[in-house]
Design a protein around this ligand. Structure first.
Ligand code: C2E
Ligand code: CA
Ligand code: CA
Ligand code: CA
Length: 279
């Protein structure tokens, strides 16, 4: 029994070592990938109830040369745990600002804004606000064309600091949304005093709308709560017409999901925009 125990410990630590090895190998690849322009932003449209375009979410893609694409679900956690999300996130923000500046050439809907995911590590940086201001100065992007998607992990460490950062972002003219709503643990009470503009209801809550009443009740309650706090609402991962219909009747403001469009390269988004604006 003793031997078995030792073997097991040995097996576990080997397995753990293997994970550490792949992670650090991938970290090296992310770093070189950033130097070699292997990353790009895909855009996924967001629409109002009536189907008109009101925004898009910028989603990071890694297309390593000569290799198969790596999904964000795989490389983002590695980037988070190695700190590489900081240079990656800086690249994303600069790229997003460049994109919205370019988009001004077209007849954008007045309310159009591009959503950018901000990692908790970025948010926690001491000079976060200065960095953000610098990017807007450098690119000439209009802050009102950007919305930052923050997760609850941004809020847990220091809620007072989080509130101040959010205020500063709002004062610059940015919109601030709480992402993945319904998946976290933070108390509802703690978000009531935050200068948020919108709640983004997580795909996991949308998925079961058709299946059971408790899921519908949760979505309905989230929408009612957002309304009571004068927040806009957006649902992600909307795949079916009946999910859309439910969200519409319950007063969800914006919709994002495969039902309308998948995330797409910028060039494709421009064609999509062309088709949308013609209507
Ligand atoms: P997220 O912020 O919750 O983004 C929504 C995810 O749902 C995206 O996955 C999107 O492609 C996917 N999605 C959208 N509509 C549908 C749908 O109708 N059905 C299904 N099944 N999926 C849908 P993606 O692009 O793989 O990104 C995964 C996660 O990686 C994101 O989840 C976000 O947490 C993170 N991420 C992506 N880009 C960035 C980035 O630039 N910075 C940071 N910090 N995180 C990012
Ligand atoms: Ca997001
Ligand atoms: Ca989500
Ligand atoms: Ca997210």
């Amino acid at each position: 029994a003793k031997d078995l125990g030792r073997n097991r410990i040995c097996f576990y630590s080997q397995a753990r070592q293997a994970i550490v090895n792949t992670r650090s190998a991938m970290a090296v690849d992310i770093k070189t990938g950033l130097d070699n322009d292997e990353f790009s932003l895909y855009l996924q449209p967001q629409v109002l109830k009536n189907g008109s375009l009101c925004g898009a979410e910028a989603l990071l893609r890694w297309l390593p040369s000569n290799r198969t694409p790596v999904s964000p679900g795989t490389f983002i956690p590695v980037a988070e745990s190695t700190g590489l999300i900081l240079p990656l996130g800086a690249w994303v923000l600069k790229q997003a600002c460049t994109i919205v500046t370019d988009l001004e050439k077209y007849q954008l809907p007045e309310n159009f804004a591009l959503a950018v995911n901000i990692s908790a590590l970025q948010f926690a940086e001491e000079n976060f606000i200065e960095t953000v201001k610098q990017v807007f100065d450098d690119t000439g992007a209009s802050p009102s064309r950007l919305k930052f998607e923050l997760t609850e992990t941004c809020l847990v460490q220091d809620i007072n600091r989080a509130r101040n950062i959010m205020k500063a972002l709002r004062n610059m003219g940015l919109q601030v949304e709480l992402d993945d709503f319904g998946t976290g643990y933070s108390s509802l009470n703690s978000i009531k005093n935050l200068p948020l503009t919108a709640l983004k209801i997580d795909a996991s809550l949308i998925r079961d709308i058709e299946k059971d009443e408790p899921s519908r009740a949760i979505v309905r309650a989230a929408l009612a709560m957002a309304r009571a706090m004068s927040l806009k609402t957006i649902a992600e991962g909307v795949e079916t017409g009946s999910q859309m219909a439910y969200l519409n009747t319950e007063g969800c403001d914006m919709i994002q999901g495969y039902l309308f469009a998948k995330p797409m390269p910028y060039e494709d988004f421009l064609s999509y925009l062309g088709r949308k604006l013609k209507i």
